[in-house]
Write a protein that binds this ligand. Structure first.
Ligand code: ADP
Length: 627
């Protein structure tokens, strides 16, 4: 028998477990029980279509035995078991390899990293090494004639050999560590402790978790004396939490279940527990996380809810239950309407599932709307993390879902201290305002400095601040809100002037035609026109866009992979007619007009957040003028 080495990553994780100072070492039991339950699920599932499985639903169980003398805890399940290869593959390497990479990036504090890895990813089987010196796994896979024993005393490796075992399933024996100054490992050998841990973490496991319990009972023969009675008891209630009535469940129960099941270390932001009857009958338990799942922004991330049929897991991540814009939602759906043997392909076309998905979508929207109304602070926290998803949801599929999502959007604005909904914005609009104004930029601070903003604010109009790239696209998809159109204040067609003002500025532009043509010639190929404007407040110059494509949209479109570089905003250089520079330009000779024009154009590009082609020339010209 040869000693084998763990894969490097696994060894690292194991080392961490063995030396862990994680305070919740007790989770090892939950992890082992949950593995056992999964293994039973697999065999039970098989039994539905395979007659060679001799066990019936009621035969499946998990058993815990404790031997105080020998300092061992033994977990026995009659699930699907593992072959030699599976023992090697499943226990010799860590499946969630992404989790370790994550950890290394954040490794500034050994203690913190330990806790966050264990807390976030749940380390499964390896957590046994937090409390054990040695772990022994004896397993016989369903359909195999031989059993195998896997043994490891930690990071120095493991052995696998053939062994005796009659029934299918797995027996795991933990050799519990000796107590140390700081750690009381012996507590896990107490029956009350095991009972407590099972109730706390594994109560909902659907198979009985049995343990031999001893109780002191009065001796029927000798009065005043006690005898020890031994009986096998089932420790868990076996009712999944989502099947219990809401009044039975405490908020902690919901949170605890969430953290264990979906491997998060923070409590969820919101819990949605519903029992639906009617067109479709199902229980749903869903969570809105506080933080994005660790792989949320990676290609590997899969959305979906767990799907149960009458308490039996039939799919771990059913994507058809969640729209993309709610891909962050975690949870499960349990419905008796679904057949246990339904295949993934069939499921996609299942009518019942579609009805459930629709109902789920509505429930999540209602929950978010409720949060928005009743707990603004929480909603803003939510939106900062997941708001982008909703905005993409408005934009996606040609705006098919926009109506259901538009009232869940919030934006910063020139008025509100924090965020405003579109509805609130419209509620604040003065009678003279018929358009919803917005401006785009990197962040609120930068947008607040845009020269175009002053004129709009002067009119007493509020401006929404769009800081995400998708914002303007989403709003264009929306087209209007409550009958009000949207307008980008940096677009040339923004019309805030009165008729007299308009007349005055048109006249000014006509009179200055020669000058403006000269300036346009200087900027040939860069702007489509140069004109005087009366909407720049105290600022001398700005760039606006003509036509459909705004400056922000151009930036986004041209940064996309395979971008169509032909999509360009049509730029207009606007000079403030009320600013002294207007007069300066009028008085200047041709050579100076050229210099001024370049300067004004370049500074307008800077204000708009655009690159400049020749910063050196810009700087030289400024210096030149100073002399
Ligand atoms: P996870 O359960 O998250 O996949 P673990 O490290 O806990 O990670 O377990 C690794 C794998 O080992 C499991 O996915 C499963 O295939 C197998 N396994 C663990 N315990 C058992 C068991 N009691 N019976 C059958 N297979 C098991």
């Amino acid at each position: 028998m040869r000693k084998k080495q763990f894969k490097a990553e696994s060894k690292k994780l194991l080392d961490m477990m063995i030396n862990s100072i994680y305070t919740h070492k007790e989770i090892f039991l939950r992890e082992l029980i949950s593995n056992a339950s999964d293994a039973i699920d697999k065999l039970y599932f098989k039994s539905l279509t395979d007659d060679s499985v001799k066990l019936a639903r009621g035969d499946f169980k998990i058993r815990i035995d404790v031997d105080k003398e020998a300092r061992t805890i033994t977990l026995t399940d009659n699930g699907i078991g593992m072959t030699e290869e599976e023992l090697e593959k499943n226990l010799g390497t860590i499946a969630k390899s992404g989790s370790l990479n994550f950890k290394e990036e954040n490794a500034d504090d050994k203690n913190a990293e330990d806790i966050s890895v264990i807390g976030q990813f749940g380390v499964g089987f390896y957590s046994s090494f937090m409390v054990s010196d040695k772990v022994e796994v004896v397993s016989k896979a369903f359909g195999e004639s031989v059993a195998h024993k896997w043994v490891s005393s930690g990071a120095d490796g493991y052995t696998i050999e053939e062994c005796e075992k009659n029934d299918d399933g797995t027996v795991i024996t933990l050799y519990i560590k000796e107590d140390t100054e700081n750690e009381d490992y012996s507590q896990y050998l107490e029956q009350y402790k095991i009972e407590e841990l099972v109730k706390k973490y594994s109560d909902y496991i659907r198979y009985p978790i049995e343990m031999e319990m001893s109780h002191q009972v009065p001796d029927p023969e000798k009065e005043g004396e006690y005898i020890t009675e031994i009986s096998t008891e089932v420790l868990n209630s076996m009712t999944p939490i989502w099947r219990k009535s809401k009044s039975e469940i405490k908020p902690e129960d919901y949170n605890e279940f969430y953290k264990n099941k979906f491997m998060d270390y923070s409590d969820p932001l919101a819990v949605i527990h519903s029992k639906t009857e009617g067109q479709a009958t199902f229980d749903a338990l869903m969570y809105i996380p506080e933080n994005p799942p660790y792989d949320f922004y990676s290609k590997e991330y899969e959305k979906g809810l767990q799907l149960y049929s009458n308490g039996v897991l039939i799919m771990d991540k059913c994507p058809d239950l969640l729209p993309d814009y709610f891909s962050f939602v975690k949870g499960l759906v349990d419905s008796a309407d679904l057949s246990l043997n339904i295949s993934r392909e069939m499921l996609q076309h299942d009518h019942q599932l579609k009805i459930i998905a629709k109902a789920i979508d509505k429930k999540i929207k209602n929950e978010l709307a409720k949060m928005l109304k009743n707990d603004r602070e929480k909603y803003e926290k939510f939106f900062k993390v997941f708001g982008l998803q909703l905005k993409y949801g408005v934009y996606a599929n040609y705006g098919m879902e926009k109506d259901g999502l538009k009232d869940l959007l919030i934006f910063e604005s020139s008025v509100a201290d924090t965020y405003t909904t579109l509805k609130e914005y419209v509620g604040r609009m003065p009678e003279s305002q018929d358009t919803i104004y917005y401006a785009c930029g990197e962040n609120a601070q930068k947008i607040a400095l845009l020269p175009q903003l002053d004129a709009v604010k002067e009119k007493g109009f509020e401006v929404l601040y769009f800081t995400d790239e998708v914002d303007e696209f989403a709003i264009q998809m929306l087209m209007e809100y409550d009958g009000k159109k949207f307008a980008n204040i940096c677009k040339n067609d923004l019309d805030l002037s009165t008729d007299t003002e308009k007349e005055a500025i048109n006249k000014k532009n006509e009179e200055s035609k020669d000058l403006l043509d000269k300036m346009k010639d200087v900027l040939v190929g860069q702007v489509t026109s140069v004109k005087f404007s009366n909407k720049l407040g105290s600022h001398p110059v700005s760039l606006t866009a003509e036509g459909y494509v705004s400056l922000e949209m151009e930036k986004v479109l041209s940064s996309m992979p395979g971008a169509n570089q032909g999509v360009k905003a049509q730029l207009v250089l606007e000079i403030n007619s009320n600013h002294p520079v207007a007069q300066k330009l009028a008085d200047a000779d041709d050579e100076t007009v050229e210099k001024y024009t370049k300067l004004l154009y370049t500074s307008a590009r800077l204000i708009a957040g655009l690159d400049i082609d020749n910063p050196t020339e810009f700087s030289d010209t400024i210096a030149d003028l100073m002399q």
